[in-house]
Design a protein around this ligand. Structure first.
Ligand code: NAD
Ligand code: GLY
Length: 377
């Protein structure tokens, strides 16, 4: 199917006076002006992006905005997780002030999860809160980070420990921009897509087993369908639990393992976030099976699909040294879901049946990790 032949679809995120639409389709960047203009008090926006995304897509955005008479200034930050830092946040906020961005103006985040999280946080604290539009350019950002209003930066103490809930006013997920995304980043984002099937929709997981390979090869209609389904699931959960008082924690399936592995690998390109999510999901299903919560076939089926997609699946797929099982558990205990020192993990009773498990048995967890580490040889 030709890239532009699918009409854009809309998922509404119903959050009262913070409600917004997520528009999903091919070619939305080129139409950004028409999409964003109704939200503007005056015809100008300030765009935060990264240097790689700017090289590929900033001119298209500029033209798309200009077509609707909207002017833009842009700041391109260095690409990579290191940009989610105090230093780059200060740089972004000061630049926005220099651009005289006012309370009624709109900040635009053009990029992956790194830029979306940083720009969203900058918008949250600038003049005590200005509006922002997410234009996510990675698969991960389109299916997850651009929706739901979690924004923030990393510190030396860990990932995403400083931030704010600040909902965007609009999300434009242009699936055509994924064509320039390197294969490794695409596959990493696919880890978050699979997560949705695993946590709450067995039929979606089966659909991914059937359609995942064609989707990865570039089928725009399948990509749009997958982004729509994932965003709809996220919107439903966020509408019921905006600030993660309960159910929203399900979206963290695989993430406690992932955050420990990201810390253990120094937030480096030894392991991308979405790769850690995929490995973390496989470990969560393995642990669930060992605890007698789900059938033996479930973890094998999860791993088989991740392998078929050419993804990292096991600890053995992470290059370089890792801590021992106790060291990994200590890193897992830094997770924001820990309460009173008890490990709260997202486990599953089957594919599509995740739940929040309070106080997981540490001996079983240690045994699963020891076995996975031993397989690294
Ligand atoms: P990223 O933003 O670093 O993007 C990955 C790489 O792809 C970067 O080098 C970037 O320059 C490049 N890139 C982006 N779009 C491109 C395109 N269209 N063409 C070519 N190159 C492109 O990483 P990511 O995987 O998008 O996001 C990871 C971040 O998202 C992590 O910091 C994670 O904590 C965060 N996250 C946040 C939430 C949330 O709810 N806020 C959810 C999940 C993840
Ligand atoms: N990515 C998890 C969340 O948004 O809650």
């Amino acid at each position: 199917m030709a890239v532009d032949s699918q009409p854009a679809q809309t998922v509404h995120v119903p959050l009262g006076n913070r409600a917004y639409d997520v528009r999903i389709g091919a070619g939305l960047l080129r139409r950004a002006g028409a999409e964003i203009a109704p939200l503007l008090a005056r015809p100008r926006v300030a765009v935060l992006t990264d240097e790689t995304v700017a090289r590929h897509h900033l001119d298209t955005l500029r033209r798309g905005l200009a077509d609707a008479g909207v002017a833009m200034e842009a700041l391109a930050l260095p690409p990579g997780e290191g940009t989610k830092s105090w230093a780059q946040l200060a740089r972004a906020v000061e630049w926005l002030l220099e651009q005289r961005v006012e309370r009624r103006d709109m900040v635009v985040a053009l990029g992956g999860g790194v830029i979306g999280d940083l720009a969203g946080f900058a918008a949250a604290i600038l003049r005590r809160g200005v509006g922002f539009v997410q234009i996510p350019t990675t698969l991960l950002a389109q299916v997850d980070s651009s929706v739901g209003g979690k924004t923030g930066i990393n510190t030396e103490q860990g990932k995403n420990l400083v931030g704010a809930f600040h909902q965007p006013r609009l999300v434009l997920a242009d699936v055509a921009v994924l064509e320039t995304l390197p294969a490794r980043d695409f596959r990493a984002g696919y880890g978050e897509v699979v997560k949705y099937g695993l946590l709450g929709d067995a039929a979606f997981f089966a659909w991914l087993e059937e359609n995942g390979p064609a989707l990865a090869r570039g089928d725009a209609a399948l990509r749009q369908a997958a982004v729509c389904r994932a965003v709809q699931m996220k919107a439903d959960i966020v509408a019921r639990d905006e600030t993660e008082a309960g159910e929203r924690a399900l979206l963290n399936l695989g993430h406690t393992f992932c955050h420990a592995l990201e810390a253990a690998t120094g937030y480096s390109d030894r392991l991308l976030h979405g790769e850690g999510v995929a490995i973390g999901c496989a470990l969560a299903f393995e642990l669930s099976q060992r605890l007698g919560l789900c059938a033996q076939e479930a973890p094998s089926r999860v791993r088989a699909h991740l392998r078929a997609m050419g993804m990292k699946t096991d600890l053995a797929d992470i290059p370089g040294p890792l801590p021992d099982a106790e060291g990994l558990i200590a890193l897992m205990a830094q997770d924001k879901k820990v309460q009173d020192g008890r490990l709260r993990l997202i486990l599953a009773r089957g594919i599509g049946q995740a739940f929040i498990a309070e106080d997981t048995d540490r001996d079983t967890l240690r045994a699963v990790l020891e076995e996975a580490l031993a397989a690294r040889g």
